[in-house]
Design a protein around this ligand. Structure first.
Ligand SMILES: Nc1ncnc2c1ncn2[C@@H]1O[C@H](COP(=O)(O)OP(=O)(O)OP(=O)(O)O)[C@@H](O)[C@H]1O
Length: 258
């Protein structure tokens, strides 16, 4: 049987990178990363400190320009374009260090993000309605009038997520959204990520909490010294001796999570 000449839109990955790489002077932070992330799938990215995880996210979101390779969003080549153009193509991200507008309320932080989002949000009143909906979704419904400085670490991370969701993305890049959370705060955050998955969002998640990444990812990609060490289903990747040696330190089991 012959291949279809023109594949349907559902066959085009939401994210594709080919040979993606970045140098900083003499340091190769990332090299030769080939990815194809289909719609509705969740890719977890793990690796030791300095492996190139944030560099990968920064290259996809346009916050860094690649020195080699390409980034395609929904089949369109957006290599090296500015972050706002990537955002308009449907890609939103969170930052490892949260970046709220400190002079604005929680609600206005999200409303400002909504104004930068899809062109269907045409007025401040509409943006505020969008913000209220997103804040409810992430569990910040009662905290809309607070200043970001009044939020706990967990709620500040929810605000960061709300700002990203207000852009109505099709691809969401989550850079260590669980960092700094207490163990009891991790499960509610994982439930929230599950809800995003169930709503059909395509996710790329960087995380050091291995039980979290194992629970939410369809596949895990391991970076080591800026290169892909391996990629595959969580159970396969987390029992790979090379991954244990480079990153985990011991065999991961669901009974003995770290
Ligand atoms: N702006 C920059 N200038 C120079 N070197 C950089 C820059 N950003 C990252 N690097 C270097 O590139 C390498 C990869 O860094 P990156 O932040 O991507 O790693 P990471 O896997 O996200 O680490 P972590 O888990 O600690 O966040 C590191 O050696 C880092 O020091």
């Amino acid at each position: 049987m012959s291949e279809p000449v023109s594949p349907g839109a559902e066959d085009v990955p939401v994210l594709r990178t080919r040979g993606l790489g970045r140098r900083f002077g003499g340091l190769v932070a990332l090299s030769g990363v080939d990815l194809a992330l289909p719609a509705g799938r969740t890719l977890g990215v793990i690796g030791p400190n300095g492996a190139g995880k944030s560099t990968l996210v920064n290259l996809i979101s346009g916050h860094l320009k690649p020195t080699t390779g390409s980034v395609e969003i929904g089949g369109t080549d957006l290599t090296g374009v500015r972050p706002w153009r990537i955002a308009h193509a449907g890609v939103a991200r969170t930052f490892q260090i949260v970046k709220p507008f400190r002079g604005l309320t929680v609600a206005d932080n999200v409303a400002v993000a909504a104004m930068f989002g899809p062109s269907s949000v045409r007025s401040p009143a509409h943006a505020r309605r969008e913000a209220a909906e997103v804040l409810e979704r992430v569990g910040l419904g009662g905290k809309d009038g607070l200043s970001p400085a009044e939020l706990s670490v967990a709620d500040a991370r929810r605000l960061e997520l709300a700002k990203a969701l207000a852009l109505r993305p099709r691809l969401l890049l989550l850079d260590e959204v669980l960092a700094g959370l207490r163990p009891a705060e991790i499960d509610p955050a994982l439930r929230l990520i599950d809800e995003l998955k169930n709503a059909g969002l395509t996710l790329l998640i960087i995380e050091h909490v291995v039980r979290a990444i194992a629970a939410v990812s369809d596949e895990i990609l391991v970076l080591h010294h800026g290169k892909v060490l391996t990629q595959g289903p969580p159970d396969q990747v987390l029992s790979d001796e090379r991954v244990i040696e480079a990153y985990l330190g011991h065999r991961y089991t669901r009974k003995n999570p770290s």
